[in-house]
Design a protein around this ligand. Structure first.
Ligand code: B1M
Length: 212
């Protein structure tokens, strides 16, 4: 079995020890951290999502898989987010109110940090006012919102409405991401960009802040 498959299977089994072991092994074999992330960990989590949707596995299994995902991410984090480089701008991130999914948002934060941006992470279940208050107080350049549930996507629109009311819309760029979100949805609610994944978020933020 190839190493990506071993990581993916261990993650699906919720086996944190094996995920850590194979992740370290892949890195020792010279595989790029981003490939380990995308082809091993994220690929495994996609299978978990499909099985959950198909009622082949249940919530406790998903929780174990999420824990195993974090075991792998903990190893990759220092390699993806280099410390100590000068900040190229301030990005506020959070998962919207009512939504507890934070793996994707955390990954986006790690990659943005690795690209030299200062990250303020509000965590998950973040109320619209909290996004806007922090954006104003911390003078951030970008607000990044994540949503994984179709029921929580509309909160993104509420944040944008609050940004308009508080006078920062158009000055502070707003990007959105998460599995149920799309470019059409971003346009519909007035977000500045939709980002399919963390790499796209880095590219988009660099574009907005004119960083090469
Ligand atoms: Co839940 N969950 N979950 N879940 N969960 C989904 C999202 C679901 C699609 C599963 C399914 O049915 N197949 C489904 C949503 C259905 C829908 O809304 N249409 C679902 C459901 C229903 C639920 C509950 C309601 C289940 C229940 O209680 N009955 C419940 C809701 C709890 C809540 O939030 N209030 C729930 C709970 C959970 C756990 C807590 C068990 C756990 C989350 C643990 C955690 O995050 N700490 C969990 C998980 C793990 C998942 C799946 C399996 C995996 C999500 C994940 O972490 N993917 C997910 C199925 C799936 O998505 N395939 C599912 C890996 C991650 C790297 O990808 O988050 O998509 P993702 O992030 C990507 C991109 O989307 C993008 O970049 C990331 C990196 O590539 N991105 C951004 C994300 N945010 C971005 C922000 C950006 C830019 C890019 O800019 C700011």
């Amino acid at each position: 079995m190839e190493i990506y498959e071993q990581i993916s299977r261990a993650l699906q089994d919720g086996d944190t020890d094996k995920v850590s072991f194979f992740t370290n092994q892949a890195l020792a074999n010279g595989i790029e951290p981003v490939s380990v992330l995308n082809k091993g960990l994220i690929a495994g989590m996609d299978v978990v999502g499909d099985k959950f949707r198909g009622h082949e596995i249940f919530l406790p299994d998903v929780l174990l898989a999420a824990r195993a995902m974090y075991a792998g991410m903990d190893i990759l984090k220092p390699l993806l987010a280099k410390e100590g480089i000068p900040t190229a701008g301030k990005v506020l991130i959070g998962t919207v109110q009512g939504d507890l999914h934070d793996i994707g948002k955390n990954l986006v934060g790690i990659l943005l940090k690795g690209a030299g941006f200062e990250i303020i992470d509000l965590g998950n279940d973040v109320a619209p006012e909290k996004f806007i208050d922090t954006a104003i107080n911390e003078k951030v350049n970008i607000i990044g919102m994540s949503a994984l549930l179709t029921t929580t996507m509309p909160v993104m629109k509420k944040v944008i409405e609050a940004a308009k009311t508080r006078g920062i819309y158009g000055k502070t760029k707003i990007i959105i991401g998460g599995a149920p979100v799309s470019a059409d949805y971003a346009r519909e609610i007035g977000a500045d960009a939709y980002c399919f994944d963390g790499m796209k978020a880095v590219e988009t933020v660099k574009g907005f802040l004119a960083v090469k």
